[in-house]
Ligand binder design. Structure first.
Ligand code: CA
Ligand code: CA
Ligand code: CA
Length: 539
């Protein structure tokens, strides 16, 4: 698997984005060549994450359900352990959606917090997955559902039995059991005897009482169970619903963050709060590392919208504003940026009709925002939902080889899709594929650690609504990220001394592998349509 650095640089020449200067001594062409610093594997919590819906990713035993062994067999595709070579995507973090036993196919209703669903394998298989991830420098985080539980979880069943007998001071305290008139009429509840339990998502998913000492003791045990098995952190589900009539959501999250840090110093936590900036900002006060930046994601989100309207300048202002707003409460927050997840229309559907160019460009836009990127499995090959409608269509089987698709069942129904650009195998051999574009982006981020770890100091205006740009600063280094949102026009930009002294192109993400890399000459830069450049000061 391991290859030399020079091979990597040559491989990158074949990739769909960055053109690097293989220092071969044969500089016959007039075009600018770039020499990237060596890529360095991350050892901290700044990662390019890959979200895996286990049941749809890779089925190792052909029973129609993706499993841990399937993931293990494809780890070399995700990251072969060598940051400077190989045919891997290069991601160095994995988020697994829930793997605990559950009758629901999505598994967000947890029947046992201390085991794995047998359809995915055994706990020993899971332990091997963690070990194999760590062997390759991949951090692995688990989806942890702390807002609700399955109505079939023995702890809840026992609580129900007590509540039926009118006993509220036992296991009922784990959950939101109250007199029926406790909640307003519009709160969703499940009825148990003479009482109700809050259940915002479904009657099959009653909610934990997050203010209860009993609950917190249980949560500490659950976190310890998985952290002791070597997982690197958690993706916390449904953070928005932590807050209720008698629970201060921020107080609870602060307690949980502190508890996890007591268990594991360098634990990484990212929360799902599908909400507006003000609520996300409140939750950052808990000390949590990351909260997903939903406003920029999904088909109706600001990245897709800005590509449609070509309003790049205003998007850069929003990204910059978001960075400074959240850093007011947590100066070292790690933004969590993504295009889509298991609950959303896939990005290839959202950008349908705009072509591969728009998908490559969307990748540039979110992956060059400081923080952690979260790539939903299949997004890197432009996988689409086959229809719109229920969530299952966003969770189709991963396509490793479009000539030999996997027969995986999604919600009990065998299904497969025909990816427009081919599967992993097909795209690896196409220098201009979306997959090779993603590979180039991730590799470049390992060459310039400041991109992920920096803060956006300000937006940079080129007085052109289609050009979005901002400065990133980190430990004395300064970068200028510039995107051209126009689908048709090359932009002639003037980089002034005030913006950056002696600028040079550090990175370029164009549409084809052989696209000319632009240069900055006398402060002038020509940026092609739907391409992105990162400038740094000449060293
Ligand atoms: Ca299987
Ligand atoms: Ca590699
Ligand atoms: Ca709740």
């Amino acid at each position: 698997m391991k290859k030399t650095l020079s091979l990597l640089l040559c491989a990158l020449l074949l990739c769909g984005g960055v053109l690097t200067g293989c220092d071969t001594g044969q500089k016959k062409s007039a075009k600018t060549e770039l020499k990237l610093p060596d890529p360095v594997a991350s050892t901290d919590n700044y990662r390019n994450f890959y979200q895996i819906f286990t049941q749809s990713f890779a089925d190792s035993n052909n029973d129609g359900v993706g499993d841990f062994q399937g993931i293990i067999e494809h780890l070399d595709y995700l990251n072969d352990g060598d940051p400077a070579g190989g045919e891997d995507l290069g991601v160095d973090g994995i988020w697994l959606t829930p793997i605990t036993p559950s009758e629901s196919y999505h598994k967000y209703s947890v029947e046992d917090y201390y085991n794995v669903d047998s359809s995915f394998g055994t706990i020993d298989d899971f332990d091997r997955l963690v070990e194999e991830c760590h062997n390759r420098g991949i951090n692995i985080i688990l989806d942890l559902v702390l807002n609700h539980i399955s109505y079939k979880n023995p702890l809840f069943l026992n609580a129900c039995e007590e509540v039926q007998r009118g006993k509220l001071d036992g296991d009922a305290q784990y959950f939101e059991f109250h007199e029926p008139d406790y909640y307003s009429a519009d709160t969703k509840v499940v009825h148990v005897g003479d009482y109700v339990c809050e259940a915002n998502f479904s009657e099959t998913m009653p909610e934990w009482n997050l203010s209860s000492d009993k609950t917190r003791e249980e949560f500490k045990k659950i976190a310890k169970f998985w952290l002791d098995r070597g997982v690197d952190g958690f993706r916390l589900d449904a953070v928005k619903y932590f807050e209720n009539k008698h629970t201060d959501g921020v107080e609870f999250l602060t307690w949980f963050v502190n508890t996890c840090h007591e268990l594991k110093d360098d634990v990484y936590l990212v929360g799902e709060d599908w909400s507006d900036d003000s609520e996300i900002k409140e939750y950052y006060a808990s000390g949590i590392d990351s909260l997903f930046a939903f406003r920029f994601a999904q088909s109706t989100g600001e990245i897709v919208q800005s590509i449609s309207t070509t309003e790049g300048q205003s998007l850069a202002k929003k990204i910059s504003g978001y960075d400074s707003k959240m850093s007011e409460v947590k100066s070292d927050f790690i933004n969590a940026v993504f295009l889509s997840n298991h609950d959303q229309t896939r990005i290839a559907n959202a950008l349908e009709g705009r072509g591969l160019e728009a998908e490559k460009f969307a990748a540039n836009v979110y992956m060059l925002v400081p923080g952690n990127s979260f790539t939903y499995y299949g997004e890197e090959i432009g996988m689409k939902s086959d229809k719109n409608g229920s969530d299952r269509y966003h969770r189709m089987p991963m396509v490793f080889d479009s000539d030999n698709p996997q027969a995986i069942s999604v919600e009990g129904e065998k299904t497969s899709i025909e990816p427009k650009y081919g599967g992993v195998k097909q795209q690896l051999t196409d220098e201009n594929s979306l997959l090779n574009h993603y590979r180039a982006l991730i590799s470049a981020k390992l060459s310039y650690p400041a991109i992920a770890r920096g803060r956006i100091t300000s937006q940079c205006s080129f007085n052109d609504s289609a050009v979005g740009a901002y400065f990133i600063e980190h430990e004395g280094s300064k970068l200028l990220v510039i995107h051209n949102f126009s689908a048709d026009d090359e932009k002639s930009l003037t980089v002034t001394d005030e913006m950056m002294k002696d600028p040079q192109v550090a990175l370029f993400f164009g549409q084809t592998a052989k696209a000319d890399v632009p240069a900055v000459k006398d402060g002038k830069l020509k940026l092609p349509a739907l391409s992105s450049v990162v400038l740094c000061t000449k060293s």
